[in-house]
Design a binder for this molecule. Structure first.
Ligand code: MIC
Ligand code: SF4
Length: 641
């Protein structure tokens, strides 16, 4: 049996471990990326490692999340990031240059290389045949310092694409169909590898729409082969020399296979409030729409916006709809400006935003109360848009543009003849907003404005712990629940004491006050706890507030690693019935914790309030166990040094 593409790339980068699914492996990392909302922490952590220059082949620092600048905080962060980048050998993509994943695809991604990014949508670069993985900022800092990245060896799921998309059906509908079938937990522990004759019908940006939203499946990553289509894209980006062919062996084996017949797909939408609540547009046809937003790292490429412009050309946005467009990169926006498509969009009534994440992360454009917003984005978690009562639907640019015109959810197939956008043979090449590292790094001084607060450090795990249940939550709690973003909170990402006040704010506004009063505490979760973003603030803020343990039915991959990195002990129930018994404010007691953790997999907990005892388990590797005992990765690394 031959090897699949994923295993080939893992084998070529394996630094430790055996390629046995479910066991811990370590990978050598060729490239890293950070964005500003996670980057400030990542670079504070990198500085703490005392390394003169990054040891990767390429590291890029993007500014795309926090660009609203309603106060000094964002700009303070930008200045810090720019000076850190210059000093330590990192390329700096300035605010306005675009969304990290889109720009990385255009200007830096290289097939066959590994990419670790402090953003959960880093697998976007899998559209170029990269092995690209999202992680917490501290893991990215370690990779920049030359350390390997530890992860659980994934299973490889083959997604075989057969046939060809019908008119008005696009890449977004492919990934929505996969989300419908597999759910937001369906990719956990897996890398999705795309194969089949349908692959060559998809351009690199279309592939990237699919690998991008693999994050919403909980997958470790998603990857397409690097073929002639990849070569054409890189050539058009003036980077043909970066192309290498990377294909699976013809008789490659996979752990699992699903088949998607592209010709059977129809326009789809993900309904509120989960990316896997997928229905056919036809089933919801006629639903009045108040806002349409086109953009985000999922659907803001040149072809996406050209398609929107083509649909809107010579027409007018419906009176009841506010249409906002955030182009994915400065390259995309400039090309649209030069070829007239931007004028078509503006004339049609679109409100043009800068090239950044914008409304996707709640930085402006919050919908009206109880509004329906149709967005080409990847997440519609409750409240993420900035309006708790809004209903957000996720859809393709075609469906979004159709809704903007009619004011209703509309199957775009009624719009008449379809024209597929052909990618240009040459994109506009101008890296003027990417600043290379300084030639004389010793002369660069890192600038720290008042928004940059030192990193809080945890204490080693206590031997005995008696602490209350601070909060009990249900299944599929996202990092947007744990540590919300948006225009008010996101600017505080470099200031843990300040941002911690908002931990769990959407679920329970008193959480921070209660946690601080208790001094230490435990959070109880359901399945897939911590799905969504890579933001380590979802571990850092609870840690700062005294959370010592999260006891859940199961965890999402990146959040689990972040909890370990910051010394919060992640435990799971042996018997899920014990979840039902627990109540907020119950006082739980654990004794001889380090000894119990080292002796085996199970731990005894006694509930002082109910008088019951029950058993829970840990799933830590030896390495993770040492990190937990030390009170987090930074303490652990220091103790090793
Ligand atoms: C997101 O889409 O939630 C983010 C904002 O890009 C996050 C990173 C962050 O929280 O800063 C992600 O997806 O990792
Ligand atoms: Fe930015 Fe949204 Fe993509 Fe996150 S999902 S990187 S906020 S565009």
């Amino acid at each position: 049996m031959g090897e699949n593409l994923t295993r080939k790339l893992i084998a070529a980068h394996l630094a430790a471990g055996k390629m046995q699914p479910g066991t811990e492996i370590a990978l050598r990392i060729d490239q890293t990326l950070t964005q500003d909302a996670t980057g400030t922490m990542a670079y504070l952590q990198f500085e703490a490692m005392d390394v003169a220059r990054v040891k990767t082949q390429l590291s890029v620092s993007y500014v795309d999340h926090n660009t609203l600048q309603t106060g000094f905080e964002n700009a303070d962060d930008h200045r810090f990031l720019q000076t850190v980048a210059a000093k330590y050998g990192i390329y700096f993509s300035r605010p306005g240059n675009g969304i990290c994943h889109q720009v990385h695809l255009e200007r830096f991604g290289v097939p066959g290389k590994t990419l670790l990014g402090s953003d959960s949508h880093t697998p976007t670069a899998g559209g170029l045949g990269m092995l690209a993985i999202g992680a917490g900022g501290l893991d990215v800092a370690v990779a920049m310092a030359g350390g390997p990245f530890y992860l659980t060896m994934p299973q490889v799921m083959q997604v075989k694409l057969v046939g060809q998309l019908q008119p008005w059906v696009s890449a977004k509908d492919i990934i929505l169909e996969i989300l419908r079938r597999l759910s937001v937990k369906g990719g956990v522990g897996k890398i999705l590898e795309y194969t089949g004759e349908g692959v060559k019908t998809l351009s690199v940006p279309e592939r990237a729409t699919i690998t991008n939203m693999g994050a919403e499946l909980g997958a470790t990553s998603s990857i397409f082969p690097s073929d002639e289509v990849t070569r054409a894209f890189l050539t058009a980006q003036g980077r043909e020399e970066d192309w290498v062919e990377i294909l699976p062996d013809e008789d490659a084996a996979y752990d699992d296979t699903i088949v998607i017949d592209l010709s059977q797909l129809e326009p789809l939408v993900a309904c509120p409030h989960s990316p896997d609540a997928v229905k056919k547009v036809q089933e919801l046809e006629g639903l009045p729409v108040d806002q349409v937003a086109i953009g985000s790292c999922t659907n803001s490429s040149y072809a996406d916006l050209m398609q929107a412009a083509r649909i809107l050309r010579g027409k007018r946005v419906h009176d009841n709809v506010s249409l906002v467009i955030a182009p994915g990169s400065r390259q995309v926006l400039t090309m649209l400006a030069q070829n007239g498509a931007l004028a078509d969009l503006i004339t049609a009534g679109a409100r043009i935003l800068e090239s950044a994440c914008g409304p996707c992360i709640g930085m402006g454009q919050a919908p009206a109360s109880e509004a329906v917003s149709v967005r080409t984005f990847n997440r519609n978690f409750p409240g993420r848009s900035g309006t708790a009562s809004a209903d957000v639907y996720l859809a393709s640019p075609e469906v979004a543009a159709a809704a903007a015109l009619t004011g209703r959810l509309t199957d775009p197939r009624i719009l008449g003849a379809y024209e597929r956008i052909v990618l240009p043979e040459q994109f506009l090449l101008d890296d003027g907003m990417i600043i290379p590292p300084a030639a004389e790094p010793e002369r660069v001084e890192v600038v720290r404005g008042p928004n940059i607060k030192p990193l809080p450090i945890n204490h080693p795990l206590p031997t005995d712990l008696t602490a209350p249940v601070l909060l009990k939550v249900a299944d599929n709690i996202t990092t947007d629940h744990i540590m919300p973003a948006g225009a008010k909170i996101l600017p505080l990402r470099s200031n843990i004491p300040a941002i911690s006040e908002f931990a769990f704010a959407g679920i329970d506004p008193d959480f921070a006050t209660r946690a601080k009063a208790a001094g230490s505490g435990i959070v109880i979760g359901g399945h897939n706890y911590g799905q969504g973003s890579s933001r380590e603030h979802a571990a850092l803020a609870p840690m700062y507030l005294g959370v010592k343990i999260v006891l859940a039915k199961s965890f999402a991959r990146i959040h689990y690693a972040n909890l370990v990195n910051f010394g919060i002990l992640p435990l799971t129930f042996c018997d899920e019935a014990d979840y039902d018994e627990l109540q907020q404010d119950d006082v739980l007691s654990l004794t001889a914790l380090p000894a119990q953790l080292q002796a085996g997999r199970t731990i005894e907990i006694s509930n002082e309030t109910s008088g019951r005892s029950f058993t829970v388990q840990h799933d830590l590797t030896e390495r993770q166990l040492q990190i937990i005992l030390a009170g987090g990765l930074l303490n652990f690394t220091r103790s090793q040094a």
